[in-house]
Design a protein around this ligand. Structure first.
Ligand SMILES: C[S@@+](CC[C@H](N)C(=O)[O-])C[C@H]1O[C@@H](n2cnc3c(N)ncnc32)[C@H](O)[C@@H]1O
Length: 199
C-alpha cells in the first residue's frame, strides 16, 4: 500500500492516545509554529474557523497541523517550487480545508482572485525580500493579523542576527503593531517569529 505523507511526516505515525484523547505530535525542529508555541507564544492567533493565507507552504508539514486547528476554516497555501507543490497537492486531496496555489508570493496580484476572505497571513519564506513580501500581502488582503518567521541569514549574512531582527521589527512597526517577537532557538537557529496584530 502506498504511504501518505503529511509534509515530512508519514501519515498516522505521529498519532497517539493519552488519557482517552487522541493527540498528534508536532515537531518544533520541523515546524517553526510549534517552536514559537514552545518558546512562549502566549495567545494562539490561529483558531477554529480561521482563514489563512500561508506563504511558503512547501510540502505542507506545518500546514497539516494548522489544518487540524482551523477545521472548518480554509488555508490557502502559496508555494513557488513545483516539486514541493506536487507533494502539497497530494496532501490537499486528503485535507479538504487546504487549497494549493503554485505562485510567487511577491506577486499577490497573480493569486488574489482565488483567495477569498483572509483573517491571518502566515509566512515562512527564507528570501532576502521576505519582509517586503509579507507587507505587500498584508496590505493586498487587508489582513488584520500576521505571523512571519524571519530568517536573519537570508536577509543579511554579514550583520549580527539581533541587529537584523531589530531592523525588521522597526520596518513592520511602520505599518502594524508587533504583539510578540519570539526567538526560535534552539529549534530554528537565527530565526524569530513576529506576531502582528491590529494597532
Ligand atoms: C522554510 S520553507 C517552508 C517550510 C514550511 N513553512 C513548513 O513549515 O512546513 C520555505 C519555502 O518557501 C518557498 N518560497 C521561497 N520563495 C518563495 C516565493 N517568492 N513565493 C512562494 N514561495 C516561496 C520555498 O520554495 C520553500 O518551500
Amino acid at each position: 500500500m502506498e504511504e501518505i505523507f503529511e509534509g515530512v511526516y508519514r501519515r498516522g505515525k505521529q498519532l497517539f492516545t493519552y488519557d482517552g484523547k487522541r493527540y498528534r505530535a508536532w515537531n518544533p525542529y520541523r515546524s517553526k509554529m510549534a517552536a514559537a508555541i514552545l518558546k512562549g507564544l502566549k495567545e494562539m492567533p490561529i483558531k477554529k474557523g480561521s482563514n489563512i493565507l500561508y506563504l511558503g507552504v512547501a510540502t505542507g508539514t506545518t500546514a497539516s497541523h494548522l489544518s487540524d486547528i482551523v477545521q472548518n476554516g480554509t488555508i490557502y497555501g502559496v508555494e513557488i517550487s513545483f516539486k514541493a507543490m506536487k507533494k502539497f497537492v497530494e496532501l490537499c486531496k486528503e485535507r479538504k480545508n487546504l487549497i494549493p496555489i503554485l505562485a510567487d508570493a511577491s506577486k499577490p496580484d497573480s493569486y488574489a482572485a482565488i483567495v477569498e476572505e483572509v483573517d491571518l497571513i502566515y509566512q515562512d519564506i527564507s528570501q532576502k525580500n521576505q519582509v517586503e513580501i509579507f507587507l505587500k500581502n498584508m496590505e493586498k488582503f487587508d489582513a488584520k493579523q500576521g505571523i512571519i518567521m524571519v530568517k536573519a541569514r537570508s536577509i543579511d549574512v554579514a550583520t549580527e542576527p539581533k541587529k537584523v531582527f531589530k531592523n525588521v521589527r522597526e520596518n513592520i512597526e511602520k505599518f502594524y503593531r508587533v504583539k510578540h517577537m519570539i526567538n526560535l532557538s534552539p529549534y530554528a537557529k537565527d530565526h524569530v517569529s513576529i506576531i502582528v496584530a491590529p494597532p
